[in-house]
Design a protein around this ligand. Structure first.
Ligand code: LLP
Length: 416
């Protein structure tokens, strides 16, 4: 079995620690990650890509400093989408020269800071943004390294909220427009053309759309090279899916092979930006059942985690495997697992077969990506802690937020 979370002696464990012990120690709800599981996924990508390429971990999937530090120690590059993510990467010891900056709405200050830090490349999303980057580069007296994020118009066959490579999405620059913009950039002394970027969507369960996108990038790269525009790299984005319920995702090696094959003869290095595939399965959300109740012929297990702590089920109707952590005398039966937040969408699973009992612990599996980073304080709920398990050691890598912190940025009105 892969490292990470496994059942042994009737319990669910994180590496060498039983999750019920972690719940006692850190309270619930609580995110728990496995260091070995993250490192295993990282190593699979790293070895599949080979030395010429760079794996730029998508920080948005989980930007906890300790996780970024762990990956930085293994030589990771990083894909960022904001000035905040850049500061996180630098604080965690990441190498600015391996950072690519994605996102459709980069602010002037963010561009300036990234340029000063010496990032590897801006993945530019529009002609207007290219002009803004060029003007910041001029005032900073530093040519800006750029790639255009093109929109290859392929259907990634995933949830519409996370499909980003279709013609009618806000992301990227249409392939037909990209060529003229490349010629303009190549003739602009404020800019240095470095590559081509793309990202077609997330939670992809087949590599065919990734290959199709890579073929279109390769065709564009050839046309550019014929016009004397040399390219340092092609950034094929992220997007590999993971196991939530019964998905059978391709492996990192299959992902890399699918995108590399069309790019092989171009003489460029290959970058990828995986996020979910590195951290999702390496994390769980640990939660305790507070109450059981019946309504309208249904049974509900009300847990202490809410949609504010873990948003994916509410936002995308995402299904996750839920598992009882410890053995229970309770009868196996279908229950709806819901949180305490005042919204019907605050539901983690419907008709989930569990031995539900008040006080019982549940693990929401594959919650390491787009979990803690999407947590909010809605309903004035402090955000949960994050714990990284390393063998028999548990490191608290983010403590539970306090009620005082919830209110810390606010002010009361003056008298009267
Ligand atoms: N690169 C770019 C430019 C991206 O927009 C994304 C994700 C990634 C890389 C990483 O994609 P990944 O390897 O993680 O699939 N919150 C949603 C997912 C949003 C993904 C947005 N972009 C969810 O929880 O499913």
């Amino acid at each position: 079995t892969p490292p990470g979370f496994a059942r042994y002696a009737d319990r669910l464990w994180a590496e060498a620690l039983p999750l019920d012990e972690l719940a006692e120690r850190f309270g619930t709800p609580c995110y728990v990650y496995s260091r070995a599981a993250i490192e295993e996924r990282w190593a699979l990508y790293r070895s599949a890509l080979g030395v010429a390429g760079d794996v730029c971990y998508a920080v948005k999937a989980n930007g906890n400093l300790a996780l970024l530090q762990l990956l930085a120690r293994h030589g990771a590059g990083f894909d960022i989408v904001s000035g905040g993510e850049l500061e996180r990467v630098l604080h965690a010891g990441g190498d600015a020269a391996r950072v690519v900056f994605s996102g459709v709405g980069k602010g002037t200050d963010e561009i300036r800071r990234a340029l000063q830090a010496g990032i590897r490349c801006f993945n530019v999303e529009s002609a207007a943004e290219l002009e803004r980057i060029a003007s910041v580069a001029a005032t900073e007296n530093t040519p800006a390294p750029v790639a255009l994020r093109v929109n290859p118009d392929v259907n990634p066959e995933t949830h519409p909220y996370i499909a980003t490579g279709l013609a009618q999405s806000k992301f990227g620059i249409a392939l037909e427009e990209a060529e003229a913009l490349y010629l303009q950039a190549a003739n602009d002394p404020r800019l240095e053309v470095r590559g081509i970027a793309c990202h077609i969507g997330s939670q992809l369960l087949s590599v065919a759309p990734l290959t199709e996108a890579a073929e279109r990038l390769a065709a564009l790269a050839r046309r550019l090279q014929e016009q004397g525009i040399s390219l340092d790299h092609i950034d094929a984005g992220g997007g590999l899916g993971v196991h939530y319920i019964d998905e059978q995702p391709p492996t990192p090696a299959e992902h890399i092979e699918a995108i590399s094959a069309p790019l092989r003869d171009l003489g460029v290095s290959v970058l990828v930006e995986p996020g979910r595939a590195i951290v999702a399965e390496a994390g769980i959300l640990l939660t305790r059942i507070e109450y059981l109740k019946h309504n309208g012929g249904k049974e509900f297990a009300i847990v202490d985690a809410g949609m504010n702590d873990y948003l994916r089920p509410a936002l995308y109707d995402a299904a996750h495997t839920l598992e009882a952590v410890t053995p229970s005398e309770a009868e196996l039966r279908p229950v709806d697992v819901v949180g305490p937040v005042c919204e019907s969408a605050d539901t983690f699973a419907r008709d989930c077969t569990l031995p539900a009992a008040a006080g019982g612990l549940l693990a929401i599996r594959s919650a390491g990506a787009y979990g803690a980073v999407m947590a909010s304080q809605y309903n004035a709920r402090p955000r949960p802690p994050e714990v990284l398990v390393d063998g028999t050691q548990a490191h608290l890598i983010r403590r539970r937020e306090t009620i005082d912190e919830l209110m810390s940025g606010e002010s009361l009105l003056p008298e009267g």
